[in-house]
Design a protein around this ligand. Structure first.
Ligand code: FMN
Length: 353
């Protein structure tokens, strides 16, 4: 089942394997794409993945979430990203670009200039002008993503970035039309999607979203609210939804911990569902597909093992033990899994002493 093709619009994926967005921290301090970044995607494509989702890229440089965050709108990036896509398309893999606005996560880069739905100790509350500007920037960026040649875009609505903060009443305390009811909290996303209607209707371009099925706030109604959001996304023409969560306790587990949430969401929508988090063995993936999940998305298994697709073909599981040290290690110049068999252990020790 994992090896079966899957088609969304006119985009045919050769198998059900997705490389979930993974920030390699390989941009320059000016937000530019580097040769090493292009290389990562060349290798991922060669390894046989059906759909690759890029690291998230900043829609707005002034609201980026980390210092090496690639800012897609930097003019130098256009030629480099075209080259990257060309390399990926030399294989029969497809590639979509994940885009985000930092939200409170931008505070560690831009301090109190970081803009969030509601004011916090470290951030400023967005005005209506800021919201309109953000909607405009998203629409322009999505048009650029298409122009550069990506097979689609993924709006990052998860993991504490700006649009997930709008959706979550724990972060969104606004009293105007962008806060309060689910429809109001969703409004900014609706307006972005309305602005790119021609791309939603384009049969050769995917518009997807990554969404939380759990919140740090542990709000017991959160999943029900997100189901409503998924229905709105479907109504607005989104082609597929990747289900994730913001409850990072689970990141230590080796099973698809958001599966039950994804299946609950699936009862309410009919667009394809991509599930991420904890997949390590082929049996788990086929079981999820048999239950109705359409695509299996993974990040860390591709960090520890560049040939993970080959391993799956040989019925081997991932060696990833979910230590999650890669989250921090990737922020350094040392882009390896701690348990990568091929690296020089001494080099690792020296780097971290
Ligand atoms: C180093 C690293 C960077 C990540 N960067 C992103 C990112 O840019 N965007 C995103 O949506 N998720 C990001 N994630 C989360 C993954 O896409 C995925 O949701 C999470 O790691 C759980 O999947 P896994 O168990 O297969 O690793 C990142 C994960 C890791 C390990």
């Amino acid at each position: 089942m994992l090896w079966e093709e899957f088609t969304i619009k006119n985009i045919k994926l050769k198998n059900r394997i997705v490389r979930s967005a993974t920030n390699e921290h390989l941009g320059t301090l000016d937000g530019e794409v580097t040769a090493s970044y292009i290389n990562v995607y060349k290798e991922l494509a060669k390894s046989g993945i059906g759909l690759i989702i890029t690291s998230h890229m900043a829609v707005e440089k002034g609201q980026r979430a980390d210092p090496t965050h690639i800012c897609i709108n930097e003019s130098e990036n256009i030629a480099r990203l075209k080259e990257l896509i060309e390399e990926v398309h030399k294989t029969d893999s497809k590639i979509i670009c994940q885009i985000s606005y930092g939200g409170s996560r931008a505070a560690k880069v831009v301090g109190r200039k970081a803009k969030t739905p509601s004011k916090t100790d470290n951030t400023t509350e967005m005005t209506i002008d800021d919201i309109n500007c953000c909607i405009d920037n998203y629409a322009k960026t999505i048009r650029l993503v298409k122009k550069i040649g990506f097979d689609g875009v993924e709006l990052h609505l998860a993991h504490g970035y700006l649009l997930s903060e709008f959706l979550d009443s724990f972060y969104n305390k606004r009293m105007d039309e962008y806060g309060g009811t689910i429809q109001n909290r969703y409004r900014i996303i609706h307006q972005i999607l309305l602005n790119i209607k021609e791309m939603i209707q384009d049969p050769n371009f995917l518009v997807t979203t990554k969404i939380n099925s759990t919140s740090k706030s542990k709000n017991p109604l959160f999943l029900d609210e997100q189901i409503q959001v998924c229905k709105l996304l479907e109504k607005d023409g989104v082609d597929a939804i990747e289900i994730s969560g913001s409850d990072y306790r689970y990141y230590r587990e080796s099973f698809p911990y958001f599966l039950d949430n994804a299946l609950r969401i699936k009862e309410h929508i009919s667009i394809p569902i991509i599930l991420v988090g904890g997949f390590r063995a082929k049996e788990q993936m086929n079981e999820a597909i048999a239950k109705g999940i359409n695509l299996i998305s993974m990040s860390r298994p591709f960090i520890i093992d560049k040939n993970f697709v080959e391993k799956l073909k040989n019925n081997q599981s991932s060696n990833c033990i979910n230590c999650s040290k890669c989250f921090d290690i990737y922020k350094t110049a040392f882009k390896h899994c701690v348990f990568d068999q091929e690296i020089d252990r001494q080099l690792y020790k020296n780097f971290h002493k």
